[in-house]
Design a protein around this ligand. Structure first.
Ligand code: OXD
Ligand code: MN
Length: 601
């Protein structure tokens, strides 16, 4: 099994950053007794440690060297072909009762699950190294910041966590030696990378995650989906803040007025592209900056919502990334990046479908097999990924380390919908906005194992990531609203609407600036809109479409409401709420009745 490398023995001064916190030491001791590793490697996140681990990974084929002139300090990792995406069917929320996990999560009884996982982990690290990774989520001086530890037997995980989180000494310092301090316990073992022994289990009440049998990022970089979203959302509810699957971007007008917006789109629906948007030439003087591309932790301050990005790097979808679609991402991943499951060219460069330039005549595909430009199969896996430090991003926002967070003027929901849903519209108020989020839907993508292109409801893009009962989650949004005297405005967007010929009506990418400008106009109290049954809709002249090559009919279609399609849509909302049973708050049922009523006016 190519991922299962033998133990490594570092030279003195590497792998010995043992924390002083007794609670952490006791926990590590307990896991070591269970998994029986050859040795324990205490990570400190230093450059020296990183260089040592990269060298060992190259020796053991965990990483493949790339041409350092083409992609400096970057490597390629190939995951097991059976292990290329998040596995929602093997992801569990283990709350004391099934009700606490709710209708959208797989539930499993905590005591039995711990016992099953202990059985799988028994002796799992024999002959191998157990790494202990201390990490911090959030800027160093933020009240929102949290500490986690991940134990893993994968060097790929250690190297990736160093990019994705603030790892090592900085986390140990923040935690300190108080044995009652709050921190997340994460245990990961590759086992034998067998889909039959693959379980991603969350124990929110214990602030604990156990992930076995996978080496794919979304299942094993426990800081991300597991801690920052599933456990994070549970902690957020009990502690009165919000953990959301949202990008955060800053947008500054030529006059220097700056707003921040947070946007929830499902996996692989363009969050990274939107967060790194470059305004088209027509928007001279406008600047978009990135705070985060995937996760927002938000707190209430002065009656408004303030957000931090808990992460330190981007774990983004590679295919389709080009200088046309996302120049800032291309610049970010040009160096110091770990690529996973892309193709390798004969001159040691990386390649994927949608990259600039013609495809190479020959390459090794994501599995390492020969591939030619005539091959029918894709060279890069559709869910191949980059792991890159956020500091590589030329458009990184200046306030990324601001512990108070950035003030959020607008929240945007959006999915991938070929029909029905207009390019953009605005909710009437906070509670109506929650209804838009709760009923949003998207055509499924390769980010999760399973069928691609099926419309599924994905409330707030949190369906796979909400770590507790979705009804309580909706109620939490309603409760937060009661505490906001200056709430963000809420919008819905759909970049993916198609015409009768099956092609996209909207050009997307940088041109989304035109929609963003309307959103900012609305936040500032100007910007025209017409009242429609679903919310405030711009009419074509409310959007700045100058110097855009788009047909008038396409614009009408993009901003139009087809009443027949909406009757089906509202029926689908009802079906979705019915499928959740009695957990949906009364207020959201009321919102649906009002929507039905507005269509009858
Ligand atoms: C991701 C996802 O990897 O949402 O960000 O699947
Ligand atoms: Mn995501």
């Amino acid at each position: 099994m190519k991922n299962l490398a033998p133990a490594i023995f570092p030279p003195k001064g590497i792998g010995d950053a043992k924390p002083g916190n007794e609670a952490v030491l006791d926990w590590v001791h307990e896991i070591a007794i269970l998994t029986e590793p050859e040795n324990i490697f205490w990570c400190d996140g230093s450059d020296r440690e990183n260089e040592f681990l990269i060298a060992e990974s190259l020796k053991q084929n965990v990483l493949i060297e790339l041409n350092q002139d083409k992609v400096p300090r970057s490597c390629l990792h190939r995951s097991n072909p059976n292990d290329v995406a998040r596995v929602e069917q093997f992801t569990f929320v283990c709350t004391p009762t099934k009700d606490e996990a709710g209708p959208t999560n797989n539930w499993s009884e905590p005591r039995e699950t711990y016992a099953k996982l202990r059985g799988l982990l028994k002796g799992a690290m024999r002959g191998r190294t157990m790494f202990v990774i201390p990490y911090m989520m959030g800027p160093p001086d933020s009240p929102l910041t949290k500490i986690g530890f991940e134990i893993t037997d994968s060097k790929y995980v250690v190297l990736s966590m160093r990019i994705m989180t603030r790892m090592g000494e900085i986390a140990l310092k923040r935690l300190g030696n108080d044995s009652h301090a709050e921190w997340n316990r994460g245990v990961h073992s590759l086992l034998d990378v067998n889909p039959e022994r693959r379980f991603i289990c969350h124990f929110p009440q214990d602030n604990t995650i156990i992930s076995v049998g996978s080496g794919y990022g979304g299942n094993v970089l426990l800081s991300k989906k597991c801690f920052a979203l599933r456990i994070g959302s549970y902690l957020a509810r009990t502690q009165g803040w919000m953990a959301e699957h949202m990008l955060i971007l800053g947008v500054e007008s030529p006059e220097g007025r700056k707003h921040y917006v947070a946007a929830a789109f499902p996996s692989a629906c363009g969050k990274t592209n939107f967060a790194m948007l470059i305004p088209p030439a027509h928007f001279k003087g406008w600047k978009v900056t990135t705070v985060g591309d995937d996760i927002a932790w938000m707190q209430i301050r002065d009656g408004g919502l303030y957000a931090v990005n808990p992460e330190n790097g981007y774990f983004g979808v590679v295919p389709g990334t080009s200088y046309k679609s996302n120049p800032n991402a291309m610049r970010s991943i040009a160096h110091d990046t770990i690529y996973t499951n892309v193709a390798l060219t004969d001159d040691g460069d990386v390649w994927w479908e949608g990259k600039n330039g013609p495809p190479p005549a020959h390459a090794f595909d994501w599995r390492g097999d020969n591939w030619t430009s005539q091959s029918k199969e894709k060279a890069a896996h559709p869910n191949s990924r980059f792991t890159t430090p956020m500091r590589n991003n030329p458009a990184l926002d200046a306030d990324i380390e601001n512990g108070e967070g950035v003030p959020i003027s607008a929240i945007i929901f959006g999915g991938r919908r070929s029909d029905t849903v207009p390019l953009v519209y605005q909710a009437f108020d906070w509670n109506h906005g929650i209804y838009l989020g709760a009923t949003m839907a998207s055509e499924t993508t390769a980010a999760a194992a399973g069928a691609v292109g099926r419309v599924r409801r994905d409330p707030m893009a949190m369906l796979p990531f909400c770590g507790y009962n979705i009804g309580d989650y909706f109620q939490h949004w309603l409760d937060i609203g009661k505490r906001l005297t200056n709430p963000p405005l809420i919008f819905n967007v759909n970049w993916f609407r198609k015409g009768a010929d099956g092609t996209f009506l909207w050009p997307g990418f940088g041109e989304n600036m035109r929609v963003l400008e309307w959103i900012i106009d609305r936040c500032e109290g100007h910007g025209g809109a017409v009242k429609s049954p679903i919310g405030w809709l711009p009419s074509p002249h409310d959007l700045d479409l100058a110097e855009l090559d788009i047909d008038h009919n396409a614009v009408d279609e993009l901003l139009g409401l087809d009443h027949e399609e909406w009757q089906k849509e509202i029926a689908a909302h009802k079906e979705f709420f019915d499928s959740l049973g009695s957990v949906v708050p009364e207020e959201l049922q009321k919102q649906r009745d009002q929507l039905v009523g507005r269509f009858k006016l």
